[in-house]
Ligand binder design. Structure first.
Ligand code: MRU
Length: 383
């Protein structure tokens, strides 16, 4: 990688995948991230020098994808801590907790953002101080979380690949790759792992209206990796399934409820319904940090409604496609009922319906790791 520390166009390392540090990194007084709003045309880094800039980057989708915004949020808290007044421990706590609350609210749907920030809150609450050591612990957690999420993705990739057969034709939506997770990917992690063993697999990437994460980001990642794919508009999914061109649908998740309902990018539910109609396995790949056992079903999940401009602004033939000012709806996510899900893949393994017990067991198995991640940061302040 040529110096992502410098804002502006840079060239990335070649070869398979993106190096996790090429996606997002916590520096000294700065969070550096690959600006996903500029891809695929330009590889540009943003240097974020305050937690407020991290919050804006999350809102604007310069960093996006459930695990990636969790990592960015944790780094934002660490940045707030580093820049806070270290002389007064109460003022320090107030500043950091205020930043944490604002960062958690930047995007409401993905479980990972509030999960990661809650872990930072636990570190802060349980830390004896002094403030310098607290800051070191918050920084260490953010970095370890990044490593842990990438490791989870690699484990999911290996588990998920066992569900595929030779020559699988995998339909996917949104971007679930290294960009969305800080490295490797959830659904695209399964694709990466499967492709390494079987180069005859193929991907069908839905462009993913309105913000085209599939067209802009998944296509960019797959092309860099040399994984064969075709890009389709979302409305082509049904007819390709009917024509027998799809063997599996694999998607990520922003939040998985305790009963196995899945909240993910708008359009996911449509693919699940279509997959059921055509007898195609519908597989969800997500780390345990995306499972929300406090939420009984997806009906309880707040769906982010984004600005109308994102729908209005699509331009064709040199002008906006829709008449100016028409009313639009723009929910960013939808809810897929557990009954349409064939399997959920986490870093703990492959989970089959009914999901309630197996998800609870997976989350419990992951818990000591999360607790360890939190605990060890309070006792290792030197970073
Ligand atoms: O609005 P986005 O681009 O953040 O939405 C991302 C998704 O919906 C992904 O499918 C999801 O985060 C899971 S993959 C990391």
């Amino acid at each position: 990688m040529s110096s992502p520390g410098v804002a502006g166009s840079v060239s990335l390392s070649g070869g398979a995948g993106l190096d996790p540090q090429e996606v997002i990194a916590l520096g000294d007084g700065v969070v550096i991230l690959l600006d996903q709003t500029r891809l695929p045309g330009e590889v540009v880094y943003r240097r974020l020098a305050s937690w407020q800039e991290v919050e804006s980057a999350i809102r604007e989708l310069a960093v996006r994808g459930a695990p990636a915004i969790g990592i960015a949020g944790a780094m934002g808290v660490a940045l707030a801590a580093q820049l806070a007044d270290h002389d007064d421990i109460e003022a320090y706590r107030t500043t950091v907790l205020g930043a944490a609350a604002a960062l958690a609210a930047a995007r409401p749907t993905a479980a990972n953002l509030s999960w990661a920030i809650a872990r930072q809150g636990e570190i802060l609450a349980g830390h004896p101080g002094p403030t310098e050591a607290m800051t070191a612990s918050l920084r260490l957690f953010a970095k370890r979380l990044h490593d842990a999420e990438v490791a989870r993705c690699r484990a999911m990739g290996a588990h998920g690949a066992t569900l595929l057969h030779r020559g699988a034709r995998i339909m996917t939506i949104c971007n679930t790759g290294a960009l969305a997770t800080g490295g490797y990917g959830t659904a695209l992690g399964v694709v990466r792992s499967a492709y390494a063993a079987d180069p005859s697999i193929r991907v069908i990437a839905c462009e993913t209206r309105p913000l085209l994460q599939g067209a802009r980001l998944t296509a960019w990642e797959l092309e860099r990796d040399g994984i064969p794919f075709v890009l389709i508009t979302d409305s082509m999914a049904a007819s390709l399934m009917a024509a027998g061109e799809v063997t599996h649908v694999i998607v990520g998740a922003d939040r998985i409820a305790a009963n196995g309902d899945v909240v993910n990018k708008i359009g996911t539910y449509a693919l699940a319904v279509l997959a059921r109609e055509h007898g195609i396995p519908f597989i969800v790949s997500a780390p345990t940090s995306t499972i929300d056992l406090e939420t009984a079903t997806a009906a309880e999940v707040l769906i982010e409604e984004r600005a109308a401009a994102e729908v209005h602004e699509i331009a064709l033939f040199g002008r906006s496609a829709a008449p100016a000012g028409v009313a639009v709806r723009n929910p960013a996510f939808d809810r897929t009922p557990a009954r349409l899900v064939t399997a959920i893949v986490t870093e703990q393994g492959v989970h089959r319906p009914p999901f309630a017990d197996t998800l609870r067991t997976a989350a419990a198995a992951a818990d000591p790791l999360a607790a360890d991640l939190t605990r060890s940061t309070t006792s290792t302040p030197n970073t």
